[in-house]
Design a protein around this ligand. Structure first.
Ligand code: ATP
Length: 690
């Protein structure tokens, strides 16, 4: 019997997860320290992983009592504009801030950097400055006068919490297993729910708050309300998963239930906070304010601790801390500075104490609490009870991450789509060995890419899920293939979208052969336009390319993409309504000049575009070789994501001969495109010079 269909031995499951997580963390750390040791700070900066030549321009107390350093470009190296160079550091990134070594070619061991530097979270990035909330008790480790640089680190904090959770699970005795846990591990079956709830006495006559809900959405909500332990809401692309969850949360609150809503990323949680916000419920968003969207900050715990009445008393201490922070600049000796840091430490303790009391009051008064899965494991929710835990984007979360809130749950509703990409796992193909701890059993064959959503579906079958079937994104023609191949032909295109084409945009777009077709296939078959392997090309260790590992590119496809974009723009389509996606980073590199030629256009990897949509999407498949090698293009969930991003126009550029040989799914897709898309073969002479 397949591993996923079996009930699981809980301690062995936890041991396996611990071993897998350890291997994953090791590969992540190795990758980061390898990059830092072998790549110059300037190259790291160009790859978006570092910012060099900075000086500390100010220091203050930020939210949560943390010290925030503001860093600006060193005037000796910054241009006249005083702006930071191009960089890829984002709010929320965990970074290491350290003195900049003289001579950039020196080997830098991450251990040494950590010893001399401080870790922190990026709280703000502006054109001319970046702000970092540094870890407590380390502020004085950094001399504030010299030139510094910062580099992005692997986020090992999330692992600590997953490990703690798995260790707790591992140690639980059988008598401690709740009936909820027993269902999730297959030790018992979920309580049955009537098949048709639309005629049910309790759930048949729900007063819907949102009158636009479609039948499949209503059905999913009824099911999620009626199920005792567990419900999965399967939301294919564009089917209104979040829309449905909002109504579900409101219905639960109306029934007096207390709900914890989680997602794997801050953005997934903020998305829900933004949409719940107009409903005027007492909602609370947990999490480091640096990582929250500005529009949800008013619901954040850190802000409420300052603005609410309960927060008044916390504010007093904060004022005192600020005064101390400001006086540091005026100190003359190291000893004086040390004394101030000592005072700050005491004040911070007091601050924490008062904050804790205030937090308790706020948390207890909230009917809906929202946090990332990881954030739900913080001290704020210790001993808090919820009737239901809702996990959005559950198919993109590691199972161990889901257990952070689930360990204390009575009931869970998980929303997701297991037919799109699972969370990115680095250790799958690496040489990192999965080692069990001594005396522990390991379940062979288990891996991190199998999500809780996948496992529950295999374990209990489709009776525990409801699927949303009306999609509000794609033209009917774009939806057809993914619907037939992956979603049992159940998807229906909503009337408002089913025949929308580029030529019908709300602004003037000419009716051309490129704007009046939903699906176009530009086939480069014939073997004249082979792919290139980036590693063979550059080969240099430490070069910027090696940051991306081995990647593929295809110049002819890039030229065809360029040509198509130009035709769309000439017809009147705005560049910001066009995206080009491709599975390969090297191809993205080749396509980069499009951004200068057509400002506003978006270029992205398929994996990075999951969850997004655009009016027109051009997919460059890249692979073209004599052996029919397609690499990770063979992953049908990746293809599904690629082909379901557009609303009005999908353009596929690829070599059908190579791609066809990659997998059954690819061959079906190529056949389908040949028969249903507007098919175009390439005449190399017709392509303008790249
Ligand atoms: N019942 C409905 N009637 C009309 N429009 C709807 C309905 N449900 C969802 N939509 C629209 O469909 C779009 C997608 O909805 P939403 O953002 O909730 O989807 P999602 O499933 O979370 O997205 P994704 O497909 O990226 O996971 C939104 O523009 C939303 O307004």
């Amino acid at each position: 019997m397949s591993l996923l269909k079996q009930s699981l031995d809980i301690p062995a499951f936890a041991s396996t997860q611990l071993a897998l997580l350890d291997a994953e963390l090791q590969s992540e750390l190795q990758e980061t320290s390898g990059l830092i040791a072998n790549t110059s700070p300037t190259s790291l900066q160009r790859a978006g992983l570092a910012i060099t030549n900075l000086v500390v321009s100010s220091q203050r107390t930020g939210l949560g009592g943390r010290t925030v350093l503001e860093l600006s470009p060193d005037s000796a190296t910054a241009g006249a504009s005083g702006e930071l160079p191009e960089h890829g550091i984002r709010t929320g990134d965990i970074v290491l801030l350290s003195e900049q070594p003289a001579g950039s070619a020196k080997k830098r061991e991450i251990k040494d950097l950590e010893k001399r530097g401080v870790r922190g979270v990026v709280t703000k990035t502006k054109k001319d400055a970046v702000a970092i909330a540094v870890d407590e008790d380390k502020e004085d480790a950094l001399s504030l006068s010299g030139r510094v640089w910062l580099v992005k680190l692997a986020d090992d904090v999330t692992y600590r919490r997953m490990n703690l959770t798995m260790e707790k699970l591992q140690k639980m005795t059988e008598s401690e297993y709740t009936s909820f846990m027993r269902v999730l591990f297959g030790l018992s079956s979920p309580s049955p729910v009537p098949c048709d709830l639309s005629t049910d006495a309790e759930y048949g006559n729900i007063e819907w708050l949102d009158p636009t809900l479609n039948e499949s959405q209503k059905d999913a909500i009824r099911f999620a309300l009626a199920s005792r332990e567990l419900a999965l809401i399967h939301g294919p692309p564009g089917t209104g998963k979040t829309h449905t969850l909002i109504e579900l949360i409101l219905q639960m609150v109306k029934r007096g239930l207390r709900v914890l809503v989680c997602g794997p990323s801050n953005i997934s949680v903020d998305n829900i906070v933004e949409r719940l916000s107009p409903h005027k419920l007492p909602i609370l968003r947990l999490g480091h304010p640096a990582r929250l969207l500005p529009s949800v900050i008013e619901h954040s715990l850190d802000v409420l601790t300052q603005t609410s009445e309960a927060g008044l008393i916390v504010r007093d201490v904060r004022t005192e801390m600020d005064a101390k922070q400001a006086s540091i600049k005026k100190t003359k000796s190291g000893r004086e500075r040390k004394a101030i840091y000592g005072d700050l430490k005491e004040l911070r303790k007091e601050y924490r104490e008062r904050e804790r009391r205030c937090v308790d009051t706020l948390v207890k008064g909230s009917k809906v609490v929202l946090a990332t899965l990881h954030g739900a494991g913080g001290y704020q929710l210790r001993n808090e009870e919820f009737d239901v835990i809702i996990i959005d984007e559950a198919s993109q979360a590691l199972e161990a991450q889901c257990w952070v809130p689930l360990l204390a749950a009575k009931k869970a509703v998980c929303a997701g789509d297991h037919l799109q990409l699972p969370p990115t796992v680095k250790s799958t193909n690496s040489k990192t060995k999965v080692k069990p701890r001594e005396g522990e059993n390991i379940i062979k064959g288990m891996n991190l890419e199998t999500t809780l959503f996948d496992r529950l579906l295999s374990l209990h079958g489709s009776s525990i899920k409801r699927m949303l079937t009306t999609q509000y994104r794609m033209h009917e023609g774009i939806m057809r293939f993914p619907s037939d191949q992956l979603y049992e032909s159940k998807l229906i295109a909503a009337d408002a979208v089913k025949d929308r084409l580029l030529k019908d945009m709300p602004y003037e777009v000419k009716d051309t052969e490129d704007t009046n077709e939903p699906v176009i296939f530009i086939d480069t078959q014939g073997g004249d336009f082979p792919e290139k392997n980036e590693e063979e090309d550059t080969g240099k260790k430490g070069s910027i390319r090696s940051l991306y590992g081995e990647s593929k590119s295809n110049e002819m496809e890039a030229a065809l993409v360029r040509q198509h974009v130009r035709k769309l723009v000439n017809a009147g389509v705005k560049p910001e309504d066009i995206a080009v996606v491709t599975p390969y980073n090297a191809q993205l590199g080749l396509l980069a000049p499009l951004k200068d030629a057509f400002p506003g256009i978006e270029l992205g990897s398929v994996d990075g575009f999951q969850g997004r949509e655009k009016e027109a999407v051009i997919v460059s498949l890249v692979r073209s070789n004599a052996d029919g090698e397609v690499g990770f293009l063979s992953e049908k969930r990746r293809l599904n994501v690629a082909m379901t991003r557009p609303k009005r126009s999908l353009v596929v550029v690829g070599d059908s001969e190579t791609v066809k040989r990659g997998s059954k799914f690819l061959s079906n897709w190529m056949d389908w495109l040949e028969n249903n898309a507007d098919l175009r073969y390439v005449d190399a002479t017709s392509i303008e010079a790249a």
